[in-house]
Each structure stands twice: as structure tokens, then as C-alpha cells.
Design a protein around this ligand. Structure first.
Ligand SMILES: Cc1ncc(COP(=O)(O)O)c(C=O)c1O
Length: 363
């Protein structure tokens, strides 16, 4: 019998949101809305689609493995060097490349109990020890993280804001953390939803890299840029670290369509603004409507909201599914009575609220 590395046996496969087609088949429903994977509800940027169409007949060729143009655009946009940027097949891949590049078996990786699930996967795949720190309510507890640092710590993952709780770590906490980490520890700020935040106390992390802190920032085109299906994200760090990660990265990890449309999406500031405005308006519509239904929620900095129900989140998610609405139960994050709802368009959110209202009345 072929056996896997022992650490692989401990991993449960990542469970994404159910695809729309699967729900259509299973429940024989036509009109399904998916509010389960924190995708952008506006559809892709028309400029990104147009850019993609222009190159679609070139897909017989390998893409530029160094993504020269996209890295140059990103470097200009972010005010960093092109050699400080690595692209990934989604920012998810960046998180994996970090593990593969820097972590050896028995190193320790610190993350919070209800932080984004991929950190746990990365630690397991690398044979590292997961050091899971308690949450402070719905927040990642920076003091607990600092207390967990040892001589074996290699990586600290901070999701900012966190998925699924939607809460953020502020400047003061970030600076307290950075002042406490020793030289051998890399702090990764996963900012998949960072562009949705306007708060003054949200840390601007790129300058910490320029100041010489061991910081890596990961971001994505999947959320505010609306390109989740193309799988493209990036990491920014000191050029030495990026150079090391580039040795591990697959040569053509970002495909041609993704590179070309990411450039167009980055330049489409109207789309980004519209995404942000819609998200803000709809978030407040949902807050108000949930309050009317007396459903508790955690105020969110992202494009999703965690709802606390007075019964099983799995049961409510199933009832919503039967009515054509896909949301995400989050029992695996330690919240059996909660679901995570992606903020949709106004039409989608209204349908969600009406359906939830019906379900809660009859259950
Ligand atoms: C906190 C966080 N980080 C990273 C990702 C990965 O996103 P992607 O691989 O699409 O860039 C997600 C996806 O939902 C996320 O929620």
C-alpha cells in the first residue's frame, strides 16, 4: 500500500462553498444565489473581461513566467520594487509557498484559533507544529500570539481582516507585535480583504517591509478586483525573501488570462470604488435587516458577515440551500451556531433576508 507522509493523514480537505451547479442538480432549482465564498457580486470588471478576450487566442503559448508587466504595474501601484513582488495562483498559493520555502518539520507556526483555515493546512503539509492561540472574543489576540513565540517559531499568520469573523487587528496591536517578534520570525499579514477597509487604525503594512521588519503581505485579485475564477494573488516582502520564494514557485503558476485581466482590473479604479461602495451600502442594509430579525452578527471589515443564530448554523444553512441560497456554516472554526454570509447585491441580500425571516419563523 502506498502511504502518505504521516502529516498528510491529519489533514481534512479544504471545503469550499458549494458550486451553484451542484445545488441546481441536487435540489432541482433554477434560481440559485451563492453567498458562500466571499466573491465579488458585481461580476468581473468589464475592462478585465475585454483585456482577456484580446489575448484568448494566444493560449497555445506559455505565459510570461515572470509576469513582467503585471509585477511592474503592481510595483508602481504599491510603491515597492518589482523584485519585492511574487505572484501566486490565488493568494492561497502564496501562503503555501511561504510554508514550502521557509518552514521545516518541527518548526512552529502561530495563528489564532478562528483564523483562516489555510494556515492550519500549510502547517500540517510542512510537518510544522501548529501553535493555536485563543481568540479575544471574535478578535485575534495579539498578546496571546506574542506569548506563544518560542525559539522554534518560524511564521506568524495574521488574517487582517480575519475570515470568518470579519474583525481586524489595528495599528497599535500590529506595532506591539512587530516590536516583540525576534529576528527568526516572519510575520505574514494576509490582507485578502484589506482594500475594503477605510479605517484610520487599519495598519498600512507595506512600510514595515521597507523599514526592515520581517513582514510579508499577501493580497488577492479574487475579492475587490472580482477575479476569483482566474486565481491570481500576490505577496510583497523584502527582495531576498521573494527571491527565495521564487525558487519554489512553479515556473508558470499564473496563467496568461489571469495576468492580463489582473492588469486591467488593477487599473479599473471605477470598478474597485463601485465594489467598495456597494459592499458598504449593502453591509449596512444587512445590519439593519438582521437587527430587525433579532439576529446577532459580528460587525465586519470584509465583504462578508458572520451571523450568530440561536440554533445550529448547519441546519439553517441547509434550509437556505433548499430554498436556493448558499451560505457557509462555520462549525469548523469553532462556531456551531453561526454561518458566514457573503454580502451580495441588493437583490440578493433582500432575497436572503426574506428567506431567513421565513425560516426563523417556522423553525
Ligand atoms: C483570509 C483569506 N486569505 C486568503 C484567501 C485566499 O484567496 P485567493 O486564493 O482567492 O486569493 C481567502 C479566500 O477566501 C481568505 O478568506
Amino acid at each position: 500500500m502506498i502511504t502518505a507522509r504521516p502529516e498528510i493523514e491529519t489533514i481534512s480537505p479544504y471545503q469550499g462553498g458549494k458550486p451553484i451547479e451542484e445545488v441546481q442538480r441536487e435540489f432541482k432549482l433554477d434560481d440559485i444565489i451563492k453567498l458562500a465564498s466571499n466573491e465579488n457580486p458585481l461580476g468581473p470588471s468589464p475592462k478585465a473581461v475585454a483585456a482577456m478576450k484580446k489575448v484568448v487566442d494566444q493560449v497555445n503559448l506559455y505565459p510570461d513566467g515572470n509576469a513582467y508587466h503585471l509585477r511592474r504595474d503592481l510595483a508602481d501601484h504599491l510603491g515597492v520594487g518589482t523584485d519585492q513582488i511574487i505572484l501566486g495562483n490565488g493568494s492561497n498559493e502564496i501562503l503555501h509557498i511561504i510554508g514550502e520555502t521557509f518552514v521545516k518539520p518541527n518548526d512552529e507556526i502561530i495563528y489564532s484559533e478562528s483564523a483562516f483555515v489555510v494556515y492550519k493546512l500549510v502547517a500540517a503539509i510542512c510537518g510544522a507544529k501548529s501553535v493555536v492561540t485563543p481568540m479575544d472574543g471574535y478578535h485575534q489576540d495579539i498578546s496571546a500570539i506574542i506569548s506563544a513565540i518560542t525559539s522554534k517559531t518560524k511564521i506568524i499568520f495574521i488574517a487582517n481582516p480575519n475570515n470568518p469573523t470579519g474583525t481586524m487587528v489595528n495599528v497599535e496591536q500590529t506595532e506591539k507585535l512587530l516590536a516583540s517578534v525576534p529576528e527568526h520570525v516572519l510575520v505574514v499579514f494576509d490582507e485578502a480583504y484589506g482594500e475594503y477597509i477605510d479605517r484610520e487604525d487599519y495598519p498600512r503594512t507595506l512600510p514595515y517591509i521597507q523599514q526592515g521588519h520581517n513582514v510579508l503581505v499577501s493580497r488577492t485579485f479574487s475579492k475587490i478586483h472580482g477575479l476569483a475564477g482566474l486565481r491570481i494573488g500576490y505577496g510583497v516582502a523584502d527582495n531576498r525573501l521573494i527571491g527565495l520564494m521564487n525558487r519554489v514557485r512553479q515556473p508558470f503558476n499564473c496563467n496568461l488570462l489571469a495576468q492580463v485581466s489582473a492588469r486591467a482590473a488593477l487599473a479599473d479604479t471605477d470598478y474597485v470604488l463601485r465594489s467598495k461602495q456597494t459592499n458598504n451600502e449593502e453591509k449596512h442594509y444587512l445590519y439593519k435587516s438582521l437587527a430587525k430579525l433579532k439576529v446577532d452578527y459580528v460587525p465586519s471589515e470584509g465583504n462578508f458577515i458572520m451571523l450568530n443564530l440561536s440554533c445550529s448554523g448547519e441546519v439553517i444553512a441547509q434550509k437556505l440551500l433548499e430554498r436556493g441560497i448558499i451560505v457557509r456554516p462555520i462549525t469548523g472554526y469553532g462556531f456551531p451556531n453561526s454561518v458566514r454570509l457573503t454580502i451580495g447585491t441588493n437583490e440578493q441580500n433582500r432575497r436572503f433576508i426574506e428567506t431567513l425571516s421565513d425560516i426563523l419563523e417556522i423553525s
